[in-house]
Write a protein of this length. Structure first.
Lengths: 372, 261
């Protein structure tokens, strides 16, 4: 899962004086040196020490206030604190220098006009440069942060896209499984060989199924009516293959046929009912599909009188079983409706399963208009 | 023995496919008498006992008793030919073995090859050899072809009802003697509870370790359901869950999982 960085982490002590920062501080501290060295009476060395100290003090103040204190009152932004700190650090540092470097017996530096001038000059230039440098650094930080966030968002979006693509790929793999296709064709060939009048009708069902199943890849959604056609074609084929073990009935509200529905929603449930409910039982059973529209929601129910959930547990260990199909269905419902769709699978008495999908009723035509 | 017509039994749950095989065999081996047709494994074994055919054509995938299980019951008392649909696992399993098999839809040419082999074996009156071992090998290969998948759905009993709950919706699991109590996000996000008739240990082995963490000998929790972890005395801790009142214990041996905090 990609999380968006809440902010750059405060650097450790070592990072406070890391080379990139240090060289900036030292470089900037050369400016007052170059400005004042012409008129510095005590020689360039003493000036260089002081300007370097200014640079380091500013850097230290900036770095320390970056992480301490941890919690700030709401009215005080950290960057304000940092700049204030840098500003204060300059005169403070200079005070220390001048105070400590006063010869024993000499008057305090603020009585010495020359030294006072030096102190004030360095402090003021230090403060100005400190604020400019500090602001520059803060703006750069914010810039880096913004770019990080944009990158993270981009990553999250492409991750989401990849998931959606994965889901569609799995859909593709689930459709038109060779197992189903070859078995059905074997049946159809037999019908043709026996010159059975059923043959054309079964071929029609197979064509309808294939035609409905394949183009789903491009369409992110289809309609309930379309899904029902697919389900009808599939059940007709399965009934042809095991006439003694499968009965079925489809019922749907007229008002539900035009509603938007993620592809293979009903088919997944019906396939599960056949593969894991009806087929494993020697006596087979019956499948009833009902679709209703009520109060802005669509409710589709697939009931079977097959072997039920208990027996399906044995299959649950295998890869392409009940679990995978339902999981991808759940994913597709999530992608299409967010949290607003429900999938519920319950055991029926005396035996069988009732699978219910509930989702918001969205007219397919309107849906297409509102989406970009 | 050799003057009598050879006999065969066909077993397949799809009636049209039984007819198809019978028709193709009539063309490829007119001498062969199809004495019985079974619609599932159980019938296949029963009809075998009644008619004792020389050859049995068994569809691998049948309701109730499968073709493999029927083969085990029949053993080496008849020549066995398995019939399988186009299924990558099945095909792999058969390709590596020596047992005869046919793929649906059955092609006349492949059937002719199989028929030739069967005829030769019947003529030579070869003893059938250790077929049991071969069948076991095949069964094992078919099982491993589809590896046990990560658990995605749990069979949860809620009162007298039984339903499937997505593993992703589960907040935590707690062992209850030989079974496991499951707490999950139900319809509309409401907290719900039920019972799974499997010991916690078995479930733990099949849950995604990146999502579910064992925090106590009898508790496994879904990471996304954790609200807060509170340190307690005696090197233990408790977990407060998001949207639920229950508090879960973290025992000493699992405390290290939360040390980073």
């Amino acid at each position: 899962m990609v999380t968006i960085a809440a902010g750059l982490e405060a650097p450790s002590v070592r990072a406070m004086f890391a080379w990139p920062r240090l060289r900036v501080a030292l470089a900037v501290s050369l400016i007052p040196f170059l400005l004042l060295v012409w008129q510095w009476t005590s020689g360039p060395h003493s000036l260089l020490i002081r300007t370097t100290a200014l640079g380091l003090a500013g850097l230290a103040a900036f770095g320390v206030l970056e992480r301490w204190p941890h919690r700030l009152p709401r009215w005080l932004a950290r960057w304000v604190l940092q700049l204030l700190g840098v500003g204060l650090a300059m005169p403070l540092t200079m005070f220390l220098f001048y105070y400590l470097s006063t010869e024993p017996g000499a008057p305090a530096f603020w009585r010495d006009a020359d030294r006072l001038q030096g102190f004030l000059g360095l402090s003021i230039i230090g403060m100005m440069l400190g604020w400019w440098t500090g602001l520059f650094a803060l703006v750069r930080q914010k810039d880096v942060l913004a770019r990080q966030q944009a990158l993270a968002l981009e990553l999250q979006r492409s991750e989401f896209e990849r998931q959606a693509l994965d889901s569609r790929l799995r859909l593709l793999q689930a459709q038109v499984a060779p197992h189903f296709l070859f078995n059905t064709l074997a049946n159809v060939r037999e019908l043709v060989e026996a010159r059975s009048p059923q043959a054309p009708r079964v071929l029609d069902s197979l064509i309808a199924y294939l035609r409905a199943a394949v183009p789903q890849l491009d369409a992110p959604a289809t309609t309930v009516g379309h899904e029902l056609q697919l389900v009808r074609a599939y059940l007709e084929i399965m009934h042809m293959r095991m006439p003694d073990r499968l009965q079925f009935e489809l019922q749907a509200d007229e008002s539900s046929l035009g509603l938007r529905c993620p592809p293979m929603t009903l088919l997944t449930l019906v396939e599960n009912a056949v593969r894991h409910g009806i087929d494993p039982g020697e006596e087979g059973g019956r499948i009833d599909v009902r679709v209703q529209r009520q109060d802005g929601r669509c409710c589709a129910e697939v009931r079977d009188t097959g072997v039920g959930l208990r027996a399906a547990a044995a299959d649950a260990g295998r890869g392409n079983g009940l679990g995978t199909g339902l999981s991808t269905l759940r994913e597709r419902l999530q992608l299409a409706f967010g949290g607003d769709a429900q999938l519920r699978i319950e055991a029926l008495q005396p035996h069988g399963v009732c699978a219910t999908v509930q989702f918001p009723a969205v007219d397919a035509r309107r849906g297409r208009q509102t989406s970009a | 023995m050799m003057t009598a017509r050879p006999t065969a039994l066909i077993a397949d749950d799809e009636p049209l496919l039984r007819d198809a095989l019978a028709r193709l065999l009539a063309q490829a081996w007119p001498e062969l008498a199809i004495v019985a047709q079974a619609r599932n494994g159980r019938e296949a074994v029963e009809l075998f006992e009644t008619h004792r055919p020389d050859i049995c054509f068994l569809d691998v995938h049948m309701p109730g008793l499968s073709g493999i299980e029927a083969a085990r019951a029949i053993g080496n008392r008849a020549q066995l030919v398995f019939v399988t649909a186009y299924d990558q696992y099945a095909l792999q399993a058969f390709e590596h073995g020596v047992l005869d098999y046919l793929v649906k839809p059955v092609e006349a040419m492949r059937l002719a090859e199989t028929v030739a082999r069967l005829q030769q074996r019947l003529r030579a009156a070869q003893p059938l050899g250790d077929i049991e071992a071969l069948i076991e090998q095949l069964a094992a290969r078919l099982r491993t072809g589809s590896e046990p998948a990560r658990l995605r759905w749990l069979h949860v009993a809620v009162g007298s009802a039984l339903r499937l709950v997505a593993v992703d919706d589960v907040d935590y699991l707690r062992s209850d003697e030989k079974y496991t109590r499951v707490a999950w996000r139900g319809d509309g996000g409401k907290p719900a509870e039920g019972l799974v008739r499997t010991p916690l240990k078995d479930l733990a082995a099949r849950l995604d370790p990146a999502q579910f963490v064992q925090v106590h000998r009898s508790v496994i929790v879904n990471l996304r359901a954790i609200g807060q972890v509170k340190r307690g005395d005696n090197e233990t801790a408790t977990i407060q869950l998001k949207g639920r009142d229950e508090v879960l214990p973290v025992s000493r041996s699992y405390l290290h999982l939360f040390q980073q905090m």
